[in-house]
Design a protein around this ligand. Sequence first.
Ligand code: AHR
Length: 500
Amino acid sequence: TITNISIDPRDVVAPVSRRTFGSFVEHMGRCVYDGLYEPGHPSADDHGFRRDVIELVRELGVSTIRYPGGNFVSGYRWEDGVGPRDERPARRDLAWRSVETNQIGVDEFAGWCRLVDAELMLAVNLGTRGVLEAVELLEYVNHPAGTRLSDWRVSNGAPEPHDVRMWCLGNEMDGSWQLGAMSADDYGTLAARTAAAMKMADPSIELVACGSSGSAMSTFGAWERTVLERTYEHVDAISCHAYYQERDGDLAAFLASSLDMEHVIETVVATADHVKHTLRQTKTIMISFDEWNVWYYDQHVERERDREPWTIAPRLLEDVYSVADAVVVGSLLITLLRHSDRVRSASMAQLVNVIAPIMTQPGGAAWRQTIFFPFATTSRLASGEVLRASITTDSYATAEWNEVPYVDAVVTYDAPALEAAVFLVNRHLTESRTVSIDLERVPAMRIVEALTLSDPDPTAANTLENPDRVSLAPNASARLDAGRLLIDLPPVSWSAIALS
Ligand code: AHR
């Protein structure tokens, strides 16, 4: 069966936003402690940061990093994490029933972001704190000097402001599990007040209001409408969160996960635009998809019920990802890129050890999980503009969706550089698909590289014992023929082709 894809370089969705390739570091499990920070590790630098992790994060091509949570932020006092380390208090983190030592705080993390060439994106605590603490954190982080809080930062060894551009107004405030969870009305009112105050301090910052925690929330859609009715004039974006997992061994349904992500984006865009018009606003609200990934949530609920509470850096959510998981991650990236006109930033959750592309062994190795590969390659190759691709392919049905296309794809085109990239997924469980892309409307190009992630065993994974079991392989079937690009996609696979 041939899948046909046609593109027109004049049919542009939007420029590729580098912020699509963001990540997320939460003070949770072994993401920070015994993850990116391990002073006793042989590769640790003078600040205690693991150099092997820094190298992998750079290779991953992460653009922005959301910090410090997540559920953690709703109980966090940022002041605990600055100043002399030996004076920082240990506190209970109620979200993850762990002990937070505060050895890493905003100054250290901003420094680490500079080491990995990433932009820092901060979340303020609106679960148990409010307007004052948010504007104080903004002053500490961004004000040059000459005020009490900015001078405190300078005296703590950070003479230059961290210049944080993107700020999240709390985290998942619709979730019953959230410390200080609120109704949409209460949250919308608090977020509007906080946003207005933060923009009084610095109108150039970008603010993200909390959207729903997921499309399965009973208030999904209604929450966004109420929150945006309250906050519209003060905010720039609304957040989306989505996690997917294979349930009951139904791989075909799992591989269709990106259809839910499409539904989330389309619903939130429609809601935001509805509010825009009813409020007679001119500004358009963007989406910050600031948590997304595969997460075997059901298994963790079981496993963590009897966990010993109040320990430092417990092993939490250390999912081991398979080839199929990586194919889903690749397809979610295709969806995010395809919606670049409204999704301007996104953060794969999380970065190290906790539902993460990078794993570490205390005192030992760091390695790439399967999901590392589609992320790193898409971040490396996507450039210029996202083109609208018309895809003709066959489809299958799942319990949730009547028509799931076997092949999905997105194309980016950088006209000045004369470079293009195609990202493809084949969801068929047993059959290959040949894809034919019409390149007639783009100038003559050659194939620079064609890479595929697939395996006869879609459950194959990388582990401490076998860290290189799964990786990308060149796809030798990619060929140019009479103005068409042809490639064979194996079953359950993700591929990328670079042309120039
Ligand atoms: O990423 C793990 C958790 O998922 C985050 O803390 C929370 O925001 C979401 O529920």
